[in-house]
Design a protein around this ligand. Sequence first.
Ligand SMILES: NC(=O)c1ccc[n+]([C@@H]2O[C@H](COP(=O)([O-])OP(=O)(O)OC[C@H]3O[C@@H](n4cnc5c(N)ncnc54)[C@H](O)[C@@H]3O)[C@@H](O)[C@H]2O)c1
Length: 256
Amino acid sequence: MTNRLKDKVALIIGGARGIGGGIARRFAQAGASVALADLQETAGAELAEDIGGLYLHADISRAEDAERAVAETIERFGRLDILVQNAGIYPWTLIEQTSPEEWDRVMKVNLGGCFLAARAALPQMKKQRSGRMLFTSSITGPHVTSPGHGHYSASKAGINGFIRAAALEFAGYGITVNGVEPGNILTEGMKAHRSPDFIRDMAEAVPLGRLGTPEDVANAFLFLASDEAAYITGTTIVVDGGQLLPEGGDFRIMPE
Ligand SMILES: NC(=O)c1ccc[n+]([C@@H]2O[C@H](COP(=O)([O-])OP(=O)(O)OC[C@H]3O[C@@H](n4cnc5c(N)ncnc54)[C@H](O)[C@@H]3O)[C@@H](O)[C@H]2O)c1
């Protein structure tokens, strides 16, 4: 794991905890200089100190915050090789009860945040004639969904479309654009928003028999950020323990 990102500079948005925190730790272990931008100051500053990185306060739904996070990363580390836009929110509200304000907030953070982050990072990566843009999508939206996830599903399906368009537009500058689609990952956000019963039932629906960890997802990000992924662009990797596979409910074959 060590040195796969040696001499690389990474900015991870939504990097204070959960999946983003896992990415920040994994990238730092792999030798990258890491800036993490997040709304949460205490958790962000503590993690940054832990991994020898830089914490930046930012709300990725705001264009000026995205631009400032990129500018401060470059000011501190001199360049920007890897952008990860992982910040996302997942309120659980039926479409009938979703206010236009809640719809807009989910879209602005989850999908608008990807556009604003890419827009802010593009000038530096163009100048360098290289870069990796990485986005946290989800299996929810592109493949599956559940009641209460109208806005969230639309935002995550939108991210996959944005990844393809950006990959095509930026390819000539040596910039690749990819994403990761996590299944159900046990994070602080998941614990705050989902009941213990939901979490237990979900683990039973996963062929590998458990929810994912932030490290499971971070390993896919590490691959996409590494030199080994140089020829991969415009695509996503599913990290879901096989959750998308079963055609029906009774799928378990118990080992002998
Ligand atoms: N946990 C899962 O099961 C799961 C599954 C699929 C996709 N995802 C996606 O993974 C990402 C992270 O999820 P998580 O479970 O780790 O969540 P989390 O709530 O544990 O962590 C999300 C982080 O993003 C930050 N953030 C939220 N809004 C922000 C904003 N406007 N600007 C800057 N930072 C902001 C939060 O402060 C937090 O530190 C999200 O995009 C989520 O949609 C999660």
